[in-house]
Ligand binder design. Structure first.
Ligand code: UD1
Ligand code: BG6
Length: 697
């Protein structure tokens, strides 16, 4: 998904080369989000000029393009005491990945206003028609160009307008979602930044100790209706004077000053996520939807698009963000995905750390404690998610129902919204998301909030939209996940959801022994995952010798292992591009059996639980049709050890409690998808057409 990065230095000498390097480095840190092109905008040689450089392909291609520029074309040594610059990685939505469609996008050939944008402007066609009727010529296929042109159009009507007022006027016209940065030759060294439905944060770097660790929000009573574009073109578009209206609260802007009250040096970093900022500063401020940041002469102001609502937070906290950069590095691994698969003994332990007292069989989820009585009284639990996160819900639905006796339904966020499913005040809606930013899940969350349900997040990214907008929740604490294929987030979500079930049912005396059994099982999970990871060499050989040449693959599972089959199939298709399908073993005879022959690889989960005999019967049916399945079973499972000659491989995993077995069974699948992709020469961390964080519907 698109990545946003901005850099502003104020009374800090930086050469153009240094500024470019900061921008490119910021973009590289955002690469994991998935993208198809990138670009930067910096000051030109004349004060009234902005230089935009953009390219289709990886940031590396942009870097090469910049390096190829001659000194007279791009003087890297030129020093800027104050400067504003923006940069972007684009994941094409409106308009194919062509250089002309890359961001930054200028308003006109002179680039009076330059914009980078993450999200979708849904009314761009109407805006485009109106702007074209006023003589503007569009050169890109993007929705973003109408934003840049709106800035220019409104400014040209009223050149005295303040930059943040101008931004407001533009935003009144936009419908859709955005994370947006704007710079302009009319406002040198200034940047305006805003968000609606797309993440955006800001880092502050200064040698001075911060005297305050917050920024006041500034409100103004501007009437939106006056400026609504809709069917009657707005005052702003027709040359309104941009009158600001009355201030309803005073504002203390964030400003670094020395002892004499003189402005002191400061640098600001704007980004769609912290990974690109923490190298420079740990002082981070997360923006809310409709915040408009205005950076001007070293001063940081936050304005609101609309007037103050009752109960609205009037400050934005500057927090010390604790994630370390080395947490984001690959270490000795070849890919982030491999690193993250091998981190699971540690990440699963971290999910439980400080939350489970194994001596007294007690689970404490600090983020849910106060809400537990309400959640226990819910009529239903709805679990809502996308992709891998959806599979972690499927994997745990049964144990949540068993322990709580509350009916649970599991929903794909997009389908849930399409159906406009009924939601009631006595429902608890659980949103599971690694990134906490997935647009479909966010929209479903808003839908449930509007209907008064209790909302619970199970999220990896602290400070993300879902984490902040849910009533309560659990951070899974798996650490940053960079590989597009989600691995460690799955196992940690799974554990967090099992802990959720245990917490919800902690007052049930009748379930005590089941609780103890599960908790003893959880305690052993990290070391058991380490044992499964030992299968890597065997799996690598299996992939190179057999699976690599295949076109398609089936995964058979039932009961708890149906979710593992679906998750395994998703991993394999997203990373190795091999068609793979998770099939409920009980459904085999109702259609899928037609596909079975001696060639089609079939992976079957035959770990020991109450459904083992039925799974074995499905495996026998496959073998009877000359199929040679790959069986994932428990160690020393006599029934299966004797089947060596009839199988392609037997992968043994340790035995655990039935409801936790999926945590171990999924690991060989993660390794299979990884090694299949490697043997096919695929860029594992950046599979084609996929993004880590999908922030559009
Ligand atoms: C919290 C602290 C942790 C500290 C521990 C000690 C944070 C992020 N966590 O962990 O550093 O060691 O207390 O007491 O500060 N929340 C949501 N929605 C979500 C996820 C979380 O609303 O999707 C809320 C929770 O309700 C809670 C807060 O965020 O109010 C922190 O959640 P979590 O990190 O899970 O809480 P603790 O494990 O108690
Ligand atoms: C994307 C990713 O589709 O979003 C998947 O490619 C991920 O790996 C899905 O599972 C949901 O993301 P999240 O962040 O809400 O868990």
């Amino acid at each position: 998904m698109c990545g946003i990065f901005g850099y502003v230095n104020y009374i800090v000498d930086k050469s153009r080369g240094e500024i470019i390097d900061i921008l490119l480095d910021g973009l590289q840190k955002l690469e994991y989000r998935g993208y198809d092109s990138s670009g930067i905008a910096i000051k030109g040689d004349n004060p009234n000029e902005t230089t935009i450089i953009k390219r289709v392909g990886k940031v590396r291609v942009l870097k090469e393009e910049i390096a190829s520029r001659t000194h007279s074309d791009l003087d890297r040594s030129k020093i800027f005491n104050s400067h504003a610059a923006i940069a972007h990685t684009r994941w094409a939505t409106h308009g194919s990945p062509l250089t002309v469609n890359c961001h930054p996008i200028g308003s006109d050939p002179k680039n009076d206003f330059v914009v980078i944008h993450n999200g979708i402007i849904t009314n761009y066609k109407a805006l485009k028609s109106l702007l074209e009727s006023k003589g503007m010529v569009f050169v890109t296929e993007t929705d973003t160009e109408c934003i840049a042109k709106l800035f220019k159009h409104i400014y040209d009507q009223n050149p005295n307008i303040d930059f943040n007022q101008l931004t407001k006027q533009v935003l009144y016209e936009l419908e859709g979602s955005y994370g947006l940065l704007v710079m302009s030759s009319h406002y040198p060294n200034e940047v305006c930044a805003t968000r609606k439905g797309s993440p955006l944060l800001l880092g502050v770097k200064t040698d001075r100790k911060l005297t305050v660790d917050f920024v006041d929000v500034e409100y103004e009573d501007t009437k939106k209706s006056e400026n609504n574009f809709g069917l009657s073109p707005s005052a702003a578009l027709n040359g309104g004077n941009g009158h600001a209206g009355l201030r309803t609260t005073g504002s203390r802007a964030f400003l670094t000053e020395d002892q004499d009250g003189q402005p002191s040096p400061v640098e600001y970093f704007l980004a769609s996520d912290p990974s690109s900022v923490i190298k420079h500063t740990k002082k981070i401020l997360f923006l809310e939807d409709d915040d408009i940041v205005h950076i001007h002469d070293g001063e940081l102001k936050i304005h609101r698009l609309n007037s103050k609502q009752i109960g609205e937070e009037t400050k934005r906290q500057i927090q010390d963000f604790e994630m370390e950069l080395n947490e984001l590095m690959k270490g000795t691994y070849n890919h982030f995905m491999q690193k993250e698969i091998f981190e699971q003994p540690e990440s699963t332990f971290n999910t439980m750390r400080g939350r489970i007292d194994f001596d007294n069989y007690k689970v404490t989820l600090g983020g849910l404690e106060q809400w537990m009585p309400l959640i226990r009284r819910s009529r239903r639990i709805l679990m809502i998610a996308c992709g891998t996160s959806y599979h972690s819900c499927l994997a745990t639905r049964s144990i949540i129902e068993e322990l709580t006796e509350i009916p649970v339904s599991v929903e794909l966020a997009s389908d849930f919204l399409d159906r406009k499913s009924p939601v009631f005040r006595d429902d608890s809606c659980v949103f599971v998301s690694q990134s906490g930013e997935t647009a479909d899940s966010m929209l479903a969350l808003r839908y449930c909030i509007e209907r008064g349900a209790i909302t619970v997040g199970v999220v990896n990214s602290v400070g993300s939209s879902i984490s902040r907008q849910t009533n309560c929740g659990v951070h899974i604490n798996a650490g940053p996940e960079i590989g597009v294929a989600s691995t460690k987030a799955y196992t940690s979500q799974y554990i967090a959801l099992v802990m959720f079930a245990l917490s919800l049912s902690s007052d049930s005396i009748g379930r005590r022994s089941r609780h103890e059994e599960i908790l003893k099982g959880l305690q052993k999970i990290p070391e058991q995952i380490s044992a499964v990871l030992q299968l890597e060499e065997k799996i690598k050989k299996l992939c190179n010798d057999h699976l690599n040449k295949q076109k398609s693959l089936l995964l058979l599972g039932r009961g708890y292992q149906y979710a593992t089959a679906l998750e395994g199939a998703l991993k394999i298709k997203e990373i190795s591009y091999m068609h793979s399908e998770g099939v409920l073993a009980g459904e085999l005879k109702h259609g899928v059996l037609a596909l079975v022959d001696k060639d089609l690889p079939i992976i079957a989960f035959a770990t020991k639980d109450s459904l083992f005999p039925k799974t074995m019967s499905a495996i026998e049916q496959v073998i009877a049709r000359d199929g040679r399945p790959i069986i994932i079973c428990n160690e020393n499972e006599g029934t299966i050890s004797g089947m060596d000659s009839k199988t392609m491989a037997i992968l043994e995993v340790p035995l655990t409690v039935d409801c936790l077995q999926g945590l171990l069974n999924v690991i060989p699948l993660q390794l299979i998808s990884y090694w299949l992709a490697v043997s096919r020469g695929i860029d594992v961390d950046f599979p084609r057409n996929l993004a880590k964080s999908v922030t559009v519907e």
